[in-house]
Design a protein around this ligand. Structure first.
Ligand code: SAM
Length: 305
């Protein structure tokens, strides 16, 4: 089903399942011989019985040896997630080294940074996502015996609604500088909600605040190619009577022009840097082996004067 203005999901469906997909990549990277990042919570988060259907569908999509016409290069997907996680981990390390002790992770999904980064005492990490996704993560990690290193405050709210009100409701302090993160989020928001998101980040940010955003490159030809492969796989799976309920190509809002993130923050007085994901991958020794889509993305960081 394509998106609607008021749709909802849990961790195993629709946009929720994309959080599982990226956590599956972090789990694979963590288990690899020479991992770039270590997310020891990714594996337990994706291994529950309720996620069996999503795991099976992603595994079919990533099994490129099986059928290269219908699947993607799984190593490329894992490399991209490793590079992106590494980049934003470093962003937070720099932010706390610069004295920031208030963090907001927008669309946190199965992000386990509150549990795994070396946060200084007194750091508060606010995690925003829809209620069922945050509840799944809290429950699963508690069952695993994990406790957050930072003070974690869950903010269960839809980012298309009045999330600043919900954030203030759990004692977010607008007088303190904040490090914000929007990773794996923007295409899942309608254009108006993205604009409102940036405006709210700006309005809630004290001087010295920082923001980091994953900006999705729109290479339409590459996207269409990937979508064609997905449709191919879907048809084969349907013929075999297999589950095809998770369709990552149905989940983006393509509802008009969006401002470039870097330009938006620069235009609102923030000092901005735009880093090519491909160049970052090369810097980290993960040069993309093919021209697959995710490496067209950029990582934008911004600091408020
Ligand atoms: C691709 S996942 C990324 C999760 C996490 N940032 C990461 O990188 O592991 C997308 C996440 O965005 C969340 N999301 C998408 N639209 C949202 C909305 N309108 N309100 C709250 N969360 C949303 C989903 O629930 C999901 O957890």
């Amino acid at each position: 089903m394509p998106r609607t203005a008021d749709d909802s999901w849990d961790i195993a469906t629709s946009v929720g399942a994309t959080a599982v997909m990226v956590a599956l990549a972090r789990a694979a990277e963590t288990a690899s011989a020479d991992p770039l990042i270590r997310d020891q919570f990714a594996e337990p988060l994706v291994s529950t019985p309720e996620l069996a259907g999503v795991r099976e569908q992603v595994a079919a999509w990533w099994a490129e040896d099986d059928d290269p016409d219908s699947t993607v290069d799984s190593q490329q997907m894992i490399d991209y997630q490793a590079v992106r996680t590494h980049f934003f981990d470093e962003y937070f390390t720099d932010a706390v080294a610069g004295g920031i002790r208030q963090v907001v992770i927008l669309a946190a999904g199965l992000d386990s940074r509150a549990y795994r980064l070396d946060w200084p005492a007194g750091t508060v990490v606010y995690e925003i996502d829809v209620p069922k996704v945050l509840e799944y993560k809290s429950r699963t990690l508690a069952g695993h015996g994990a406790t957050p290193i930072a003070e974690r405050r869950a903010v269960p709210v839809d980012l298309r609604h009045d999330w600043p009100l919900a954030l203030r409701g759990v004692d977010f302090d607008t007088s303190r500088p904040t490090a914000w993160l929007a990773e794996g989020l923007l295409p899942f928001l309608p254009a108006a909600a993205q604009e409102a998101l940036f405006a709210s980040i700006d309005a809630l940010s004290a001087a010295g605040s920082r923001a980091a955003v994953e900006n999705f490159g729109v290479d339409q030809a590459k996207r269409q190619e990937a979508e064609k492969r997905w449709a191919n796989l879907k048809a084969k799976r349907e013929a075999r009577g297999q589950d095809t309920s998770f369709n990552p190509f149905d989940l983006w809002f393509e509802d008009g022009d969006r401002p470039d993130c870097g330009d938006w923050f620069a235009g609102h007085g923030w000092t901005t840097r735009v880093i090519s994901a491909r160049e970052e991958a090369v810097r980290l020794g993960r040069e993309p082996v093919s021209d697959e889509r995710p490496f067209a993305n950029t990582f934008v960081t911004a600091t408020k004067a």
